[in-house]
Design a protein. Structure first.
Length: 262
């Protein structure tokens, strides 16, 4: 259970277990652990209840009340049960279009899904990119002032974990294959103004693509304006129509309608 990886570590030695294939590995930055410290002081059962509530709230934000069942079925329940942070990454991506500082959360945890920042670079939205990077630097500065040695250790942890594959719980597609696809997708999406490509690219760029990591794609729902089942059908219909226009005439199984470019 990933939530236990955030509850067990001692701030004085956060990387005692840092090999990400360990059951209680903590491979994220010291800042994440410091931010969680108030709820980490709770007993395990209460911590897990609070953490599950946070993840559930994140999923509801992504799906809206009418698509909760879709969210739970599309790996949301798996994420809430396991306690990983992919739903929070999805929320950070959605919010990041308005408040780019939320990208700091992604860069200081999973890191590589930060490839989504290429969206701002390709579109020459330098202010947004600058805010995202400045916010990250600010968090690092404050955290490092509190625990400078932990940041040096985290650097070593990242080096030692680089290139490691996931376990049986991960989609068996190597990072070296997924990452270039993520880059191509977000660059294409930025040029075509397809915001939904950012969470999909972030999902592909996960260091290890755990099956629960697919829940990041729930961020496509608010980015496409899909808040009801009717909206989902509209998005699917519009996407099929766009694909048909690109490669020729195809049947339209979802009915009429057009998708938002997001």
């Amino acid at each position: 259970m990933d939530a236990r990886c955030y509850w067990v570590p001692d701030l004085s030695n956060p990387y005692l277990h840092s090999n990400w294939t360990d059951q209680i590995a903590y491979p994220y930055s010291p800042a994440f652990l410091q931010i969680l410290e108030p709820i980490r002081l709770l007993p395990w059962q209460l911590f897990m209840a609070v953490w599950a509530a946070i993840l559930m709230a994140a999923m509801v934000y992504l799906t809206g009340p009418r698509l909760i069942l879709l969210g739970l079925a599309f790996f949301g329940l798996m994420e809430i049960w396991g306690g990983n942070i992919e739903l929070l990454i999805a929320v950070a991506i959605v919010l990041g279009f308005r408040w780019p500082a939320t990208w700091a959360f992604i860069l200081l945890t999973k890191i590589t899904p930060g490839i989504g920042l290429l969206w701002f670079a390709v579109r020459r939205e330098w202010r947004a990119l600058g805010i995202a990077l400045a916010a990250t630097v600010a968090v690092v500065a404050v955290s490092a002032a509190i625990q400078p040695s932990a940041w040096l250790t985290w650097r070593d942890v990242l080096i030692s974990n680089a290139g490691k594959n996931g376990t049986w719980a991960a989609v068996p597609i190597p990072f070296a294959v997924r990452f270039p696809l993520a880059v191509l997708l977000v660059v294409w999406g930025a040029r075509k103004n397809r915001r939904w490509t950012v969470p999909v690219a972030a999902m592909l760029a996960l260091p290890a693509l755990w099956y629960g990591g697919l829940s990041i794609m729930l961020a496509t729902l608010p980015l496409l304006g899909a808040r009801t089942w009717g909206d989902v059908r509209r998005v699917l219909s519009g996407g099929w129509s766009e694909l048909a226009g690109e490669i020729g005439h195809l049947p339209r199984p979802f009915g009429r309608g057009s998708a938002s470019s997001g």
